[in-house]
Ligand binder design. Structure first.
Ligand SMILES: [Zn+2]
Length: 64
């Protein structure tokens, strides 16, 4: 286990680089850093992050 969690794009076989991506959810948008393929632009969103983040947003919306 030398590398932490380097992700490689399945299509291009290149290292994904972390970049800030804007998501839209329930007519709201928020930004988060996710690994993104510099070639095809595909982003990798870990399920945990996706569900965790969505829960956060849902909570935020409920509170307001
Ligand atoms: Zn790619």
């Amino acid at each position: 286990m030398e590398e932490k969690s380097k992700l490689i794009c399945d299509r291009c076989k290149v290292d994904m680089t972390e970049s800030e991506v804007e998501f839209s959810y329930l007519n709201r948008s928020f930004r988060h850093k996710v690994p993104r393929c510099p070639k095809c632009g595909q982003v990798y969103i870990p399920e945990k992050l996706a569900s965790g983040r969505m829960n956060e947003v849902e909570k935020m919306l409920e509170e307001k």
